[in-house]
Design a protein around this ligand. Sequence first.
Ligand code: DHE
Length: 510
Amino acid sequence: MPETAGALLLALPLLAGGVPPALDLYTQHCSSCHGVDRLGGTGPALLPENLGRVPRDAARAVIRDGRRATQMPGFAGVLTDAEQATLAELVFTPLAEVPAWGETEIRASHVLVTDPARLPDRPAWQADPMNLFVVVESGSHHVTILDGDSFEPLHRFKSRFALHGGPKFSPDGRFVYFASRDGWISKFDLYSLQLVAEVRAGINTRNLAVSGDGRYVAVGNMLPHSMVLLDAGTLELIRVVPVVDESGRSSRVSAVYDAPPRQSFILALKDLREVWEISYADDPPFHGRVHDYRDEGPPPAGPFPIRRIAVEDYLDDFFFDPEYEHLIGAARDGKNGQVINLLVGRRIADVELPGLPHLGSGITWSWRDTEVLATPNLQQPVVTIIDMHDWKTVKRIETLGPGFFMRSHEATPYAWVDVFSGPNKDSIHVIDKSTLEIVRTLRPEPGRTAAHVEFTRDGRYALLSIWEDDGAVLVYDARTLEVVKRLPMDKPSGKYNVWNKVSHSRGTSH
Ligand code: DHE
């Protein structure tokens, strides 16, 4: 949308509401992150549709104090109480016209940059294609493709503004798909190091998933309230699925992930107490919009049927067990996590997960005669370890502050967790996976945020981000815990190893 049109949209409700300073305040303090037209950027879209569950008092508190574990700063001391109130009022004022983002807009945005049929058969470089790293540099919105053996960059290119969430790979590891917060989905060919296609699937996108058979891309949107199915080859639109219940209430998507053994995409929703499963199997095991397997439900409704599972709370994020039979979900501001058995389609247990566990970053490993899951917590200085057989807490490991990302690898005895916020955000804890004790706390570059680890394919090296504009990726020997190489990078927010991702390593996010 042209800037002038966006400004006009913004001005209309202001004129109607008679709050003249709001536009100036918004432009000066908010628009660089939230978009000139409030449609989102690095920060979420600031529209009443987006803020459905947020009370006005809470919105004012966020403006005043900032939002923990995000880049939202507090404006106490910068803006007066009256100015903060004016801004809070503005974000609950509907745009005069909410921009549509449906089939027409999505199709119009689609660009096929390179004909997939003309792509070369072999990589244009000498390296192990399964040991590449895709490094997202969020400082200047670039992506670096790194050789995971020599630790030399193979290529660097400009990405869409504000990529968020893990990029996802095709099952053979050749293609990587990115989602930006403002809805752009990009497909990149790692063999020929070029963009294949792009499409804007939403106005504010949460994340994307690629189907286990490599045929589909699912995009979960915050705005509009939809899930978008794309052809994974060309990124052409297959279907827009409105996220609406039978009473007409719609919801933002908290996250969409692929469940390969089930041949389905699973969605958590922010505003409906439901989990959705959308089958991409040729012969789906359920039909139509049904509540769960036991319901007779309406007659078959063609491909991509939706199964709706009722849950007891709105889920903000979730995580699967390695067999993809259970989903462990966390509700923002909830006291406990819920375990939902996907076979029977209902909650079977609660897990003790106070605060705000970052389950999307959870990992699992074998421990004694059981399997445990470990998750950092965005609000509390703790890593929670849960037994996945009886869903009881095995241990709460105290850390130096709330953590965002956790990683391990089958071939290493350690799990690494960052301290993402607070005075110790330059620290990384190394946890022994058998004793569940912190065995080392590293301070790679004192005073500078250290975050997000990813291992090489063989688990020998751990790559860690110095999460600063003039930051770096530090390569650690995962046995000696010594740095063997430093690669300067521009706020490397995340790094993703092809093999660990496509093989669904239990030590990394999916
Ligand atoms: Fe993220 C992944 C949600 C803020 C960097 N983040 C994810 C995922 C979810 C999520 C659901 C998993 C998606 C996937 O990989 O498919 N993130 C949220 C939030 O709810 C939160 C707290 C507030 C929000 O802005 O919506 C949030 N996230 C942030 C940030 O402020 C971070 C630190 C900086 C940024 O880039 O916005 C951030 N999130 C990341 C990264 C991943 C991510 C780097 C991928 C992690 C991985 O290794 O897979």
